[in-house]
Design a protein around this ligand. Sequence first.
Ligand code: PEP
Ligand code: MN
Length: 270
Amino acid sequence: QLASKDYQSYKRNIKIRQDVLGGNTNHTMMMAGPCSIESWEQISQTAELLKSLNIKTLRAGCFKPRTSPYTFQGMGEEGLKMLVKVRETYDLNIITEVKDSSHVDLVIDHADIVQIGTKAMYDQSILRKCGKSTKPVLLKRGFGTTLQEFVQAAEFILSGGNPNVMLCERGIRTFENKTRFTLDLTGVAYLKEFTNLPVVVDPSHAMGYRYGIPDLTRAAVAMGIDGLLIETHPTPELAKSDAAQQLNFDEFTKMFHSLKPVAEAVGQKL
Ligand code: PEP
Ligand code: MN
């Protein structure tokens, strides 16, 4: 199996424009931004925040896999074009998600990292299309997915010919419902030990509420992970998706500064 340490003992590195994620970079790459792109004003304010903190990668969804068909579904192609403009204006890497195979090629053509979400993880038409490209893919773990099933989903992309896959833990569904999901850091330890793929942690979707996210993020950074995916929004209370969990810019900035000593303690840079 291509993701296994038995096949390749050293960790893969993934080139993302001028940056490298994973491998022996000893770098925890911050990827941050709103759940959904909503307007030029919103996304350019976010881009300016990232630039001020020397963060290189902006996240924002255009094709949103919402739980209800009656809520905001994302800006679609218009949002994707806006993200391309953000990359040109601010020189940022862009990560955005696909929710079905109808727009996979479009997202592969325009994004720097293609995100496959927790609900799309089982969609083999998406996995196969991503396997035919060499575009970096961030594959999120299904919220009801075992670690073995998760790694096997990655194998569909790897065996299709795309070596550039990173695994993202974003919380699984357990018996607990006080928090949105349960961040499986135990699973992160497993993935680090047994796979050669870079590991990313998304505490935002696991927690579901602003209050726990800085603590979970520091805990994840202490594990020496390769990347973080964090939601931040200029006015979270007005966000069109995931309003309860997006950090405002002050909260995000404060958290970001608190991560550096944690990263250093485990020999990582942020
Ligand atoms: C997201 O990143 O905004 C998202 C929808 O994530 P997930 O697929 O993990 O729910
Ligand atoms: Mn979200």
